[in-house]
Design a protein around this ligand. Sequence first.
Ligand SMILES: *Cc1c(COP(=O)(O)O)cnc(C)c1O
Length: 387
Amino acid sequence: MSTLDAQLQAALATVAQAGRRRVLRPAALLAGGRIARDGRVLVDFSSNDYLGLATHPLLAERAREWTARHGTGSGASRLVTGTSDEVLALEAKVAAFKGCEAALIFASGWQANAATIPALLAAMPGAAVFADRLIHASMHAGLAIGGLRQHRFRHNDLAHLEALLAGKGRDAPARVILTESVFSMDGDVADLDRLGALARQHDAVLFVDEAHATGVLGPRGAGLSAASPGAAQIVMGTFSKALGGFGAYVAGSRALIDWLTNAASGFVFSTALPPAVLGAIDAALDLVPSLDAERAHLVALSDRLRAGLDRLGLDRGASASQIVPAVIGPEEQTLALAAALDERGFLAAAIRPPTVPPGTSRLRLALRAAHSEGDVDDLLEAIAACR
Ligand SMILES: *Cc1c(COP(=O)(O)O)cnc(C)c1O
């Protein structure tokens, strides 16, 4: 064994000893809220394909059309070779969907956050950053790349944020607040109206990650930022979850997008998304505004799931979306429950530290519009039987 492999094996052994070694298992997303895994079909409560668009024929057809017209690769970074009218039109479509002046497409949500945050702060020297304690790892990556210290406020605790803004933020030349509109692991929502008011009051910029709200919440599925116009100056979201494809956007003012085009490393130095992916995004944006029935069904399913977990005496936190945690606590117990559910035909992945704080290991249950009420009832029955 090479020295490198020996070192890697030792590092993996440490992870395994802590019971945290992860492996990739063969799986394929299916229509109907199902997933094929290890050769079995499971009812899938773990994917983020909330609206079923990942297997929608219109997205596949548009992906094929764009591929037939433009090939499989985009060839270069958009700044080097230029950009097609179709991509500019697609960005205008995203901006209109979000009710913003302009939008920029990134290769992924992780990349959008990791590139946008340092670019933003490069234009605001000395800015103080205030981040909700539960923001996504990609925003932390952006802060780390920018070499920025952050003041963390307790999750969704706006009184704590206000105290920090009035104290630590007072003397900074600029202030930025980072939050998610729907939190990915808890399914609770941020109060964007109040956050927007706080930001205005303290002359701060509000940055909102709408990865889990885009397509699902807000008017026509345009996200919670669209329900609170003017609250956030910078809105990021992904096409990889409810929109059934891949890639991400940042939306805001024309000046913001012009600056990111110049300064966001993950945009400047990365190849543009391939035509197939852009075509799928285009089709998803055509479909999403019309999916009010699917969104209403998701609300009904999540209400049903929360009520059922309450009856079982399980902590489901402050969930107010299609993401519903069933907090178990200890890692071992959570893993055992997920394994027992798997045996009964349900994929309900255990989420544990470091993704969530120690002692809050949980099943992160994500509803899909293709689920029936019966699927939710069956899951609840299985949870009751397995505990
Ligand atoms: C999934 C996720 C991202 C990353 O998006 P990808 O397109 O999967 O890279 C960013 N932020 C949040 C809150 C997410 O849940």
